[in-house]
Design a protein. Sequence first.
Lengths: 127, 612
Amino acid sequence: MKISKDESRCTGCRTCQLVCALCHYNENNPKKAAIGIKGQFPEPGGYRISICTQCGKCIEACPQGAISNVDGVIRIDEDKCDYCQVCVDACPFGAIFVHREFKIPFICDLCGECVEICPTKALFWRQ
Amino acid sequence: MKGGYAGKILRVNLSSGEVMKEPTPEALIKNFVGARGFIAHTLYNEVPRGADPLGEDAKLMIATGPLTGLFIPSTGKAHVGGKSPLTGGYAEANFGGHFPVELKMAGYDMIIVEGRSDRPVYILIDDDEVTLEDASGLWGKGSFDSEKALDDQHGDDFQACVIGPAGENLVKIACISHDYGRQAGRTGLGAVMGSKKLKAVCVRGSKAIPVVDVAGLMKVGREMYRKSVQHPAFELWQTYGTSSVVNWSNRIGAFPTRNFQSGYFELFTNIAGPVMHREIVIHNKACFSCAMCCGKYAHAKTADYECYVEGPEYETTAMIGGCCALGNIKDIAYANFLCDDYGIDTISGGSIMGFAIECFEKGIITEKDTGGLKLTWGDPKAVFELIRMISYREHIGDVLAEGSRAAALKLGKGSTDFAIQMKGLEQSGYESRRAPAMQLSYMTSDIGAHHRPSWAVTHDLRTGREATEGKAEKVIELQHTRPLFDTLGVCRLPWIEMELPVEDYAEAFRCATGLDYKVEDLYKISERVWNLTRMFWVREFPDFGRAYDLPPNRITREPILSGPTKGAVLPQEKIDIMLDDYYSRRGWTKDGVPTDRKLKELGLDKLVKEKG
C-alpha cells in the first residue's frame, strides 16, 4: 500500500500537514509534517505534493545504511543515522524532511491520517 | 498564558530601526482575546488623538488570534489595522493565506510597526531573528513581482505581504497583498505601509503553536472538518466559491450596477459563477487549513492581455463588473489582476471608477481631467486605464485616489449624492435600498460601509424587505457574532456557509487556551471591542454623531432604475427609525455615542478617560 496523490485536486490548505504533525509529535506544527505542499504561483498555478513513494533511492544513498524498508514502510534507524542529510538530497520527490529542532530527517510512515482528513481527496491509498 | 498564543508581540520602530519583543500581556488576552481586539486596543491606547494616519505617530498592526494556525477549518487569517488614511477613523482589514500561521509559528501574536523609515525597507523575520532589510530594489515593483522576488531571494518557505505602487504613492484605497491574490483590501492600510516606506514583511516560523489540550483540539477539529465536507453546500462552494452569489444577487435585485443606479445588471449571466468556472478558472486555491476553499485561481487571455489572478471574488465582480458595467468575465479578471498588482482595493476601486464614469456622463469631469480618456459604462479599456491612473495619481486619478467622498467634495456639482460611501469608505457589493438591515449594517459598520461585520441580506428577505422592525436587533447580533471570528483569528465563512456552530469555536478556544469562556463571554468581548472602535471615531472627530452613520442621498431619494427592486428607495424616516432603535439597544445616546454607563459596564471607562 502507498499513499498516492492527485495534485489537480490539491487546494494547498495544508490540513494534511497539520494532522501529520499532531499525530506524530502531538504538536500543532505543520513544519513537522512528512508531506510537502508547494504552491506554483503566480504561474502556472496549482500545487506540488511531496510524499514518500517507497522508491528506495534513500536506502541506496544512505552512507550509514541507516534506512531500510520494513514491511513496506521506509524507516530511518535513529541509532545508525549520522545526520548527514544525504537522503534528503537523494530523494527524487523531496519527500524527506528536516526541522530545526530535529537532528534526524523524517519521512512518511504511512499512518494514513492525511488521507483521512484531506477535504478534497487529493490524497488516497493505492496498492 | 499556556496555549493558543505565540506569546510575544514584535514591535519594530522604523524611525530608529529598533526591534523589541514584548510578552503578549495577559490582560490584553483576557479582555480583548486577539486579532481585531488586539488592534482596537493598541490603536486606542498607543496612537495619540489626531495623529496623521500617514505620519510618524501612526502605527500599523498585523495581528493573529488564538485560533490562527490551529487544526480547525480556515485558521489562516491575520488582521491588519490602524487609523485609516481614507476615513480618518478606525481601520481594519484582513487577509487569509499562509502568512498568519507563519507569523505565529515564528513566535509573534502581533507586529506593531511604528515610526517611518526614510528609505524603502522590509521587515525580515526568521523565528527569533528580526532584521530590517533594504527594499530599494523592490520599490516601484508590482505586488506580484515583489512577492516573487522575496520568494526567490529567501525561499518559498517564507511568507510575505507586500504593497504595490499604489501603496507607495499613498493612494488612500491601497491594499496589502499576500499569497499572489489575497488582500487586506479595505480602509487604505497599504498607504500606511507606503508612508512608512515599508514595502513588505517577510516571515518564516518553525515553532509549534502551544495548545493546552491537544487531544481535545484534534477531536473538535476533526468534527468540524467532517461537518464541512458533509455539508450539502460543500461541493457548490468548492466549485464556484463566492462567484455563486452573482446570480442570486441579481435575482433579488441587490447587484450594485452602474454605480448603484440599479440593483440588476442585464449582462450578469456572462460574469456569474458558471461562466467564470468554465472560461477562466484553472485551480482551487485555499487559505491555510481551509476545507471549503473559496479561492479560485484563474487564467484569462485575449488578444489584448493575459493574466493569472486569484478571483474574481463576488465583491470584485460586483464592484468592477456591476458598478462599471463590464459584462465580460475575462475583462473583470484582468481588472482584478491590475488592482492586485498595483495594489488597490477592488471594492473601493470599483466604486470610485463607477462614480467617475457617472461624473463623466454628467459632465462633472471631462476629457480635460482624464488626459483625453473617455469614460463610459462597460468600456474595459477605460477601466484598465483608470486603475493605472488612480494607482499613479495621474490626471483625475490623483483626485480619485483620495476616495469617493473626498473626490466628490472636490468635484462638487451634486456628486456627493452619488458617491456611495459611509464614513468615507465605499459601500461594498450589495445594493440595499430594499434590504434595510443590510443598509443599517453598512451605516453602522465600524470601518465605514463594509459588509464584514454584519451581512443581513438574507434576514431582510426572510423578514420583509420593507420592514424596519427587528432589523437593528439582528444587525447588533451579527455585529457581535461575525467580528468574533475576526477576534479569534479565523475566517467566518465556515460558520456561515458550512454552518459550523459557534460552540465548536468556543470549544476549540478552550482546548487551545485553557480559558473556559462560554459563547456569551465571547460575545461580551465582541461588544467591548465594538464599543471601543466606536469610541475611536468619537475621539477622532469632535462632531461625531448620527450624521456620520447616514448614507448618501442616492439611497434615500433616488429610485432604483431597473430589475426586481425597480423603484425602491430607503426613505430617511425608515433610516431614522432603525438608527433610533439601534442606538437605544446598544445603550448609546440618541446621537450614537456610547454612554458612560455602557463604557463602564464593558470595562472601557478607564481606558477612554485616560486616552481622551
